[in-house]
Design a protein around this ligand. Structure first.
Ligand SMILES: *Cc1c(COP(=O)(O)O)cnc(C)c1O
Length: 472
């Protein structure tokens, strides 16, 4: 839970006991749990209390729910530790860090085939969510400018996307007052199709968001088909609707594994692309990126020029202060791996994902929804004839072995479908996949013996209306 919306309802007198070995003469044997303590304590004592408290957090490497990096090389961790005191926003004080940020933007622009790599504007963000706010705002402002220039109404902007989008797009629409237009799922189509996208567009559409790939099942949305359908719409009606590609995961996979797939700036209608450096960009959490195809795609009015840090600096960020280490670690990763290194890492993830999916499909009770051949992510459900246990029971049984494999129901119009999802990341190797298959194999006889389902969508411990979005 990110914040308490209602009153905390905590016992302000609750205390934490301190191990007597740590209690020094002046220190209390117990400290308040929720109140700020009256005085200081020794750093070792404070460390031990915090460290012990965190022990019951899940093991990050066994978390097959997250897309976010859970393992980096020690050299990367060392660089991050060396930069922990640098504030990314102080571009004058830390020009070397700022320089690495721009190198990363240029590398990404090139990777995504921007028409002029060196001049494509872009920046680092705290993640894809902040990048989405920016990309969405740029679409909204461009639409407003066009409409104002034509003397048309600018009060009812809308954004077209699939119902499978990550929650950041709902946030963008909510926070920046844009009507979200979601295309529902239908049958075995679990993401946005070209036809559905075009059908939702009108003169108030600021853009279409296409996702590479979907957090629900790891599938790529057909960006080129969506673009072609919008080209056709333009020739028919004159409506010119730009596309933003949410490549949170896929924008650092497709360039290496699917070089012929046209989803990026090679398609002239693609105005901007975001990615999460901390997903398949292979960096620990807190870095994302957004790049626009050219200066025209990013209205100048969104850029701030600040001079009070010494020197005039253009800045593009919703927040201000932010640690510098993540950007440095991103640059390290680009330098360390190069194109071929990235290809090797992502190919291994895809191979492990496809192999694991295949083996799960062969166990009998499961039906694969995706095979891990786009994002190294696959979703699977139970065969129709399994009525005595649910995917939520499978998830809970795996949790007993330490695995975090989320189960969730799909949104409109497939609320009838509940699935499990496995995300293979760098560091989820073949041995771990073997252990997972072994564990599933061993828990199945128990589940088959179960008389009736124990857990449904309401009892798996989280809110399934947005569970898939929470688990990323
Ligand atoms: C993870 C994800 C996001 C949000 O990214 P953060 O970096 O966690 O803010 C947005 N879109 C998609 C498709 C994602 O997978």
């Amino acid at each position: 839970m990110a914040l308490r919306v209602r009153g905390p309802g905590v016992d302000l007198d609750a205390e934490l006991s301190v191990n007597p070995m740590f209690v020094q003469s002046a220190e209390a044997a117990a400290v308040p749990r929720h109140r700020l303590p009256d005085g200081p304590m020794a750093p070792a004592t404070a460390y031990q209390i915090v460290h012990d408290h965190l022990m019951l957090d899940g093991n990050a490497r066994l978390n097959l729910a997250t897309f976010v990096t859970t393992w980096m090389e020690p050299e990367a961790a060392q660089l991050m530790a060396e930069c922990v005191d640098k504030n990314m926003i102080d571009k004058d004080e830390y020009p070397q860090t700022a320089d690495l940020e721009m190198r990363c933007v240029t590398m990404l622009a090139q990777l995504w085939n921007a028409p002029s790599t060196g001049s494509a504007p872009g920046c680092s963000t705290i993640g894809s969510s902040e990048a989405a706010m920016f990309a969405g705002l740029a679409l909204k402002r461009r639409w407003q400018q066009r409409r104002r220039a034509a003397g048309e109404d600018t009060t009812r902007p809308n954004l077209v996307m699939g119902i499978n989008v990550q929650v950041c797009w709902e946030k963008f629409c909510n926070y920046f007052e844009v009507e979200p237009r979601f295309a529902p799922m239908e049958g075995e189509r679990f993401h946005l199709g070209a036809e559905q996208a075009v059908a939702l567009c009108d003169a108030n559409t600021i853009g279409v968001v296409a996702v590479l790939g979907s957090t629900f099942d790891g599938s790529y949305e057909p960006v080129a088909e969506i673009v072609a359908a919008l080209d056709e719409l333009q020739s028919r009606t004159g409506l010119d609707v730009p596309v933003h590609v949410d490549g949170a995961s896929g924008a650092t996979i497709a360039p290496f594994l699917d070089p012929d797939l046209r989803w990026d700036f090679r398609l002239p209608r693609v105005a901007s692309i975001n990615t999460s450096g901390h997903k398949y960009g292979l960096v620990y959490p807190g870095v994302g990126w957004v790049v626009w195809r050219d200066a025209d795609a990013l209205p100048d009015e969104l850029i701030f020029r600040v001079n009070y840090l010494g020197g005039e600096m253009p800045t593009l960020a919703l927040n201000f202060s932010r640690p510098g280490g993540q950007v440095v670690a991103q640059y390290y990763t680009f330098l360390r791996l190069g194109r071929e290194g990235f290809r090797l890492v992502q190919q291994e993830c895809r191979d492990v994902a496809m192999d694991t999916a295949d083996r799960i499909g062969q166990l009998g009770p499961f039906r694969l929804l995706t095979r891990g051949d786009e994002l190294p992510v696959f979703a699977f459900t139970l065969q129709d004839e399994i009525t005595n246990f649910t995917v939520f029971d499978v998830s809970a049984a795996l949790r007993e072995r330490g695995w975090q494999v989320p189960a969730y129901t799909f949104p409109e119009n497939r609320q009838d479908l509940a699935a499990l999802r496995v995300v293979i990341r760098n560091g989820t190797g073949r041995d771990m996949a073997d252990m997972l298959i072994d564990d599933i194999t061993h828990l199945l006889p128990q589940l088959h013996k179960q008389a009736v389902p124990i857990r449904g969508a309401d009892s798996a411990g989280f809110d399934h209306s947005s569970a898939h979005r929470r688990t990323t």
